[in-house]
Design a protein. Structure first.
Length: 182
């Protein structure tokens, strides 16, 4: 079974449960599966690397490989609900309020390995890698197609959300069967 098929099964199972599944409460289960694929995650000294894992139904799952100091712009998710799990390394997350429609830092916290968090539909934030390498898992519902990009003047652009590698890197990868490793 490929990584994408495994994640799809987790999402399908969760959708049958009485509680409506959210990205935040699925992050832990999917992150346990993602451990098997960490050695396939790519890094680039020029820019963090966004890997597609699954676009299915009303869900998106993505993994990002970070090198030290790489950072996102300040961005919002256009009303999409998100969840994040730290698979390895640490990120600094800065969250912003928007008094007068310009960003003002409201909260800053380290997200260490194993950290799980919800990212609400109105969250405005940025992420900064704080370890030599870091890997984070992101889940969105519905899929994140666009993001609002902000600077000190306010929102300056609505930018498509894109991937940096093809799905053959992670989504189509199959886990090594138990016992196959020496
Ligand atoms: Fe984000």
């Amino acid at each position: 079974m490929t990584f994408a098929e495994t994640v799809r099964e987790i999402l399908a199972d969760a959708s049958k449960a009485p509680e409506r599944p959210t990205p935040g409460n699925l992050a832990e289960r999917i992150s346990r599966e993602a451990e098997r694929y960490l050695d396939r995650v790519r890094f680039d000294s020029a820019q963090y690397v966004r890997h597609p894992v699954l676009l299915w139904d009303d869900w998106e799952v993505m993994i990002i490989g970070w090198e030290s100091g790489q950072l996102t712009p300040v961005h919002d998710h256009r009303g999409v609900l998100g969840g994040m799990a730290m698979l390895s390394g640490s990120l600094l997350e800065e969250r912003f309020m928007t008094p007068g429609l310009v960003p003002r830092l409201a909260d800053s916290r380290i997200r260490p390995e194993g950290d799980l968090c919800d990212i609400g539909p109105t969250t405005l934030h940025r992420l900064i890698s704080k370890t030599p390498r870091a890997v984070s898992l992101h889940i969105y519902r519905p899929p994140l197609r666009t993001m609002g990009i902000w600077d000190e003047r306010g929102m300056i652009e609505i930018r498509p959300s894109t991937f940096d590698v093809g799905e053959e890197v992670l989504a189509r990868a199959a886990a090594t069967p138990a016992g196959a490793r020496c």
